[in-house]
Design a protein around this ligand. Structure first.
Ligand SMILES: Cc1cc2nc3c(=O)[nH]c(=O)nc-3n(C[C@H](O)[C@H](O)[C@H](O)COP(=O)(O)OP(=O)(O)OC[C@H]3O[C@@H](n4cnc5c(N)ncnc54)[C@H](O)[C@@H]3O)c2cc1C
Length: 530
């Protein structure tokens, strides 16, 4: 008996995969199989926004990756959470909704990606977002404003005193300024692509979804993808693809799956004894991420999460959440922040700013340890890194994590952006009114002052911004893995559609751009089917 076949097989029910599953099955003409290695997303930990700090590091929902030890980040094995659950990383992320700067996409076009400039992607951002009070045909992410807080207002007043203009929407192409973010939270619940795209489509007879299904290999006839091999509960299954296999496994797993399947750097394939299907040097290269550095302060005479964590505070917050779906439990990763330039010579902001009404650190088990005093955190992310890392398989075993070499801080500019961005962050905290409330710097502390000391602190304490992209980049040069229609170069019947196809990282949190990519790809795939 031949393998069960579907028109489209989507590998990975993450941010991109759930969008594709909805769009490709919508007209009822095509059969679609959606494969997800992780489990369902019914847990309250996934649904209640504030629990993201737990769920992101929870073994049940996370691949549990760690970057390789590198001297540039003090030989730490930095935790690199990636969602392993329906909804993928959109089910464990911080829910901040930022599209990116218009020049991010114009640069993609300038690099040869016709149709991916700001004007080309804007309709897909708009299609993928439903704002409060909007009459939207859907499906789309429900995007809402974040609740204001006294600490957030104080911080924004200090941003203004520092010279950062108020901006009430970072998503119109320009970003410089400070304000409250928008978030993918509605009615106190996380709005993942599982919630917003997959759930409305799940009852369609032409869409089948398998969780706990690890895709181990793409099956090829010559260079045409004809199906997939899947491991489910220790048993292997084969599924055929009449039209296309679409890899949407994310920036770590998509290059891993291509390499395991014989599409990748020739020397890597040969080293692991994998028969090459097609040599593509760029698979797993061009890994970009936003490196983040934090500063923590004690805060006086202003409500902070510290107060909400006391027994009475918790009772009040629980009541608020149950009654109004608001308050602490409905909070995303940060409330306020903004964008500024690390140096006046930059053409546009290259630093993103977060402010959180809490501070603390993760212990050796990645558990969040909140500081014992009322405290707040300022955090910077370097948005436009030059340094690029790699994701390369370590063995032919599909369940063995690939080597993630981040190569953070490899260039002078990347180090300088962290340094200047950090100094400017401290400068904001020196402005009134926040300065009147934040007199003691808890982390790194006043003793860290010289450039060398600050850079050393960055190397020892900076963390991933959780935004890896670029490892199967779209483009026209010899490192490009997919063309501008996201078809894998040199292969047929095979696309990659997820954060890995970004030619370069966008200046902002990466979920919105990933959803946009999947929306645009779905139009291309359906157009090719006609
Ligand atoms: C902790 C954290 C916080 C973040 N915070 C934010 C934020 O606040 N705002 C924002 O915009 N972005 C944020 N991000 C980033 C954003 O969520 C990601 O950029 C985005 O989700 C990437 O989408 P994707 O489709 O490329 O991959 P994913 O959403 O990760 O989806 C990949 C899916 O494929 C599955 N998969 C992988 N390999 C296989 C296989 N072989 N077989 C079957 N299934 C497989 C995975 O389990 C996963 O479900 C955060 C990410 C993390 C991890």
């Amino acid at each position: 008996m031949g393998a069960v076949a579907f028109d489209y097989i989507i590998v990975g029910a993450g941010s991109a995969g759930c969008v594709l599953a909805n769009r490709l099955s919508a007209n009822g003409k095509h059969s679609v199989l959606l494969l997800e290695a992780g489990r369902n997303d019914r847990s309250l930990l996934v649904q209640i926004p504030v629990c993201w700090t737990q769920v992101a590091y929870h073994d049940d929902f996370n691949w549990g990756y760690a970057a390789e030890a590198e001297a540039s980040t003090a030989n730490r094995r930095m935790a690199w959470p990636r969602g392993k659950v329906i909804g993928g990383s959109s089910s464990i992320n911080g829910m901040i909704h930022v599209r990116g700067h218009r020049d991010d996409f114009n640069a993609w076009r300038d690099a040869g990606c016709e149709g991916w400039d700001w004007d080309g992607v804007l309709p897909y951002f708009e299609r993928s977002e439903c704002h409060a009070g909007e009459n939207h045909a859907g499906p789309a992410l429900n995007i809402r404003d974040i609740e204001h807080s006294e600490a957030g207002d104080l911080f924004l007043a200090s941003c203004k005193a520092y010279g950062l203009a108020a901006l009430d929407d970072f998503n119109q192409g320009e970003q410089e300024g400070a304000g409250y973010y928008k978030c993918a939270i509605a009615n106190g619940r996380r709005q993942s692509t599982s919630v917003c795209y997959l759930k409305p489509a799940q009852k369609r007879a032409n869409l089948e979804m398998l969780s706990g299904a690890l895709c181990e290999r793409i099956i090829f006839a010559g260079t045409r993808a004809t199906g997939v091999r899947v491991n489910r509960g220790g048993e292997q299954f084969t599924y055929g693809a009449n039209c296309e296999v679409i890899i949407a496994a994310g920036a770590v797993n998509s290059p891993q799956l291509l390499q395991l399947s014989g599409v990748g750097p020739l020397d890597l394939l040969q080293r692991h004894g994998i028969a090459p299907v097609h040599a593509l040097q760029g698979v797993g290269r061009n890994l970009k991420d936003h490196l983040g550095t934090m500063v923590g302060y004690q805060i006086e005479a202003v409500p902070a999460i510290y107060h909400d964590m006391k027994p009475l505070g918790l009772v009040k917050q629980l009541y608020r959440y149950m009654r109004h779906r608001s308050g602490l439990l409905s909070m995303p990763a940060t409330q306020v922040g903004g964008f500024y330039r690390s140096s006046d010579s930059r053409q546009r902001p290259d630093i993103q700013l977060y402010f959180l009404p809490v501070s603390g650190a993760r212990d050796e088990n990645n558990q969040n340890q909140i500081d014992k005093d009322p405290s707040v955190t300022g955090m910077i992310l370097h948005l436009l890194p030059e340094s690029a890392g790699t994701v390369m398989i370590k063995s032919v075993k599909p369940d063995e994590a690939p080597a993630i070499n981040t190569n953070y801080l490899a260039t002078e500019y990347d180090r300088d952006a962290q340094l200047q961005g950090f100094k400017k962050l401290r400068e904001i905290f020196r402005q009134k009114p926040i300065a009147d409330h934040c007199k003691v710097e808890l982390r790194p502390g006043k003793h860290i002052q010289s450039d060398d000391e600050i850079l050393d602190f960055v190397r020892c304490e900076a963390t991933t911004g959780y935004h890896p992209v670029g490892t199967c980049k779209m483009g026209v040069d010899d490192q490009a893995v997919v063309d501008t229609a996201l078809r894998v170069r040199g292969c047929q019947g095979l696309r990659v559609v997820d954060a890995s196809i970004m030619p370069d990282i966008v200046a902002g949190n990466t979920n919105a751009a990933t959803v946009m990519i999947a929306e645009k790809a779905s139009d291309m795939i359906l157009a090719d089917a006609r």
